[in-house]
Write a protein that binds this ligand. Structure first.
Ligand SMILES: Cc1ncc(COP(=O)(O)O)c(C=O)c1O
Length: 402
């Protein structure tokens, strides 16, 4: 069942039995979902500014492409399209995959399965190394498969957002490159801007990435970004993809030769993207990456202190951007999500896939990845569970965060 939320239905309790409650909840509400995430005022202001509503996009597109290349350490090309991240993913598939292509998908859950489905629609031959939610396919399994099979592409979702698990992208790239000539395509929808991703021909680099802007980039949804390494751009030269909007070769040719795009982009969002990326660079990429690691570890720690079980089965595969956590037996995830919103103004999400009724997901992406937010979400979850009759030591959970 779909949860629906309205901004005016938050009826937050204002008890002050514990002193730190007073400093909690300084904002009307807290968007702690794994996307779309909170949008900073600067970005909001920019996307409705006069400048951002002018019809020309040429200069701002160029500026954004340069900034994205810097984010991805990219030696090839970047394409920014109007649409959700899935538009970029389908464009990659539509451009690169045909009935002759053989692909290995590494699936850790819901979004891994979406990738497999999509490639099959384009008649690609698909093999899947699959793990249940909470685990990710091992490097050994990937190496073993590649030692016996030739594939053109290895594709995976960097963070399996449905379960809060993550692949070690550099290690997967290394294993794939050492054992095959396959190109690596990564869905980094819930990691780009929060975890290092290198799209280049280096040993640990990947060949293609896709992501949206409504996660760690803290923008409203509406842009799909594709990063391509120099190698894959050269490979694309040899292909003759069908399609128009989803044909990335056409996007590159149009821009290079005519300095136009095949379709008008959401120009105001291109202006917002510049602000969003500049914010990240001004904090410093390494600081941003460290902050996500630090905050996510603190949250997992606090959740364990509450007696809850994290879906990711080990710390090595727990995502710095989204945490999925099982609810105690007999407590339905949707009820918890609704209670947290209505009583505390804290918006989280149910899990997706097979664990959807049993787990909730907490996003900590971009500006929402702060210790203050983790404190608020831990408090709201503890109280919600306690109100539902679960025996929770709130003090214990919160004290690990101070
Ligand atoms: C890993 C992953 N891939 C793909 C998507 C789909 O992105 P969009 O809704 O922008 O098309 C999501 C959305 O949550 C995601 O987390």
């Amino acid at each position: 069942m779909m949860c629906t939320f309205q901004a005016d239905e938050v009826m937050r309790d204002q008890p002050a039995e514990i002193s730190y409650e007073k400093k909690l909840f300084s904002k009307k509400y807290y968007i702690m979902t794994p996307g779309p995430t909170e949008v900073p005022h600067e970005v909001l202001k920019t996307i409705i500014s006069d400048e951002a509503l002018l019809p020309n996009y040429w200069e701002i597109y160029d500026v954004d492409v340069k900034l994205v290349k810097k984010l991805l350490n990219n030696d090839g090309e970047v394409i920014i399209m109007g649409g959700g991240a899935t538009v970029g993913l389908e464009a990659l598939v539509s451009t690169l995959i045909n009935e002759k292509t053989r692909t290995l998908i590494l699936s850790a859950g819901y979004f891994g399965e979406v990738i497999a489905k999509l490639i099959k629609i384009y008649h690609g031959k698909v093999d899947v190394i699959r793990e249940r939610q909470g685990k990710v396919p091992s490097l050994e399994a990937i190496e073993k498969y590649l030692s016996k099979n030739n594939v053109d592409y290895v594709v995976f979702a960097h963070c399996e957002t449905s379960a809060g698990t993550i692949f070690d992208i550099e290690e997967v790239a290394r294993v794939v490159k050492e054992n095959s000539h396959a190109k690596i395509i990564v869905d980094a929808v819930s990691t780009a801007g929060a975890i290092p991703i290198n799209v280049n021909s280096d040993k640990s680099g990947i060949d293609a990435v896709v992501f949206g802007v409504q996660k760690a980039l803290n923008m409203p949804p509406g842009l799909a970004i594709v990063g391509l390494s120099k190698n894959i751009v050269e490979e694309m030269e040899k292909l003759e993809p069908k399609g128009y909007y989803l044909n990335l070769k056409l996007w590159l040719d149009y821009w290079k030769i005519k300095r136009i795009l095949p379709s008008t982009p959401p120009i105001n969002l291109l202006y917002g993207l510049k602000v969003s990326l500049e914010r990240i660079f001004s904090e410093g990429l390494q600081n941003v990456y460290r902050r996500h690691l630090f905050v996510s570890k603190k949250l997992r720690n606090a959740l364990r202190k509450m007696g809850l079980r994290i879906v990711a089965e080990s710390e090595e595969i727990a995502s710095p951007t989204v945490t999925a956590v099982y609810m105690p037996n007999g407590v339905d995830s949707e009820t918890v999500v609704n209670d947290m919103w209505r009583k505390y103004g804290v918006l989280v999400a149910t899990a997706l896939g097979e664990i959807s009724n049993r787990a909730i997901r907490i996003g900590h992406m971009g500006i929402t990845a702060t210790l203050d937010n983790i404190f608020v979400v831990t408090y709201a979850l503890s109280k919600t569970l306690a109100n539902r009759g679960v025996n929770i030591n709130i003090e214990n959970a919160l004290s690990s965060l101070t």
